[in-house]
Design a protein around this ligand. Sequence first.
Ligand code: ADE
Ligand code: ZN
Length: 333
Amino acid sequence: MAMDNWIRSLPKVDLHVHLEGTIEPETLLYLAEKNKVVLPWTTVEAVQQAYAFQDLADFLQIYHQCTQVLRNAEDFYYITLQYIRRSAAENTFHSDVFIDPQTHRDKGIHLEAMMDGITAALREGARQYDYSMGFILCFLRHRPQREALEILHSLGPTRAHFSAIGLAAKELGYPPHLFIDVYKTAHAMGLYCTAHAGEEGPASYVRSALFDLKVHRIDHGNAIVDDPTLIDYVRSQSIPLTMCPLSNRALHIVDDLSQHPATALLNDGVCVTINSDDPAFFGGYMTENLSAMVEHAQWSKNEIAKVLHHAIDHALMPDHRKQSLRHRLTQAL
Ligand code: ADE
Ligand code: ZN
């Protein structure tokens, strides 16, 4: 479709992507074999068939199995460079990436080693493709706050890699206020703060993220449509929502993208952005997510332009680079 090619050609920024969510099935099988990790699948077709998720919990269980194939710094280098190459091929020039230290620490991989591999790939990506990343230190909400605090306090020199903290994984039953001390600490450390909220959880979880954790950004935020006072608040404070249409459809957060709340919120003046979440699991990267809104929610060039500008405005990126990407986007539009 002509519109897909146009979207692919535009300079784009992804504000919500989990590094492990970029491992394509071929890479998953390659790393499993290399590292002698036994997976329930041996072919790409079997992996793809397994990626039919009932809900967030079902997805997270499979996702966790997949993360087990990552064993050392080289593996992180490999998946990061693959992700950058794919992004560059669709003119995505920057991503804010969630990094989950707890998942890998359980296997004995330290955050320093992970970041060595990831940043080596990023240096290569910056050189070859003018690509950049912001890193979000992401905590798992089903794990105790104490563990997250301990990681924050023991970052040492690794602190320099991170611009932000985040909160992800199973949402229902783990409201944001359980992490008040983590966010207080992060604010005091000068970190930008975001949290997944209102993906499967209710609007009250979005409220708690905004007022208990004082986040600068909300990841997903779909449930905000149930609370008009929160919509007014995020609009007046220009708090961005990093929404992920293909993810929401794959996890049955929405039945149909024609009903996706991004459309009404964007029309209402909310700072909506469109992002990929776990692109290798949910059927696409930035181009596919944006194209899906064109196809199913009748988005025009006007909506696409708005969300792309929002993403640049709120990226974890120096101002001079924002200026340069804004200029490129304006030219391309
Ligand atoms: N971790 C990876 N993807 C996620 C999602 N969509 N929601 C919560 N945690 C996640
Ligand atoms: Zn996410």
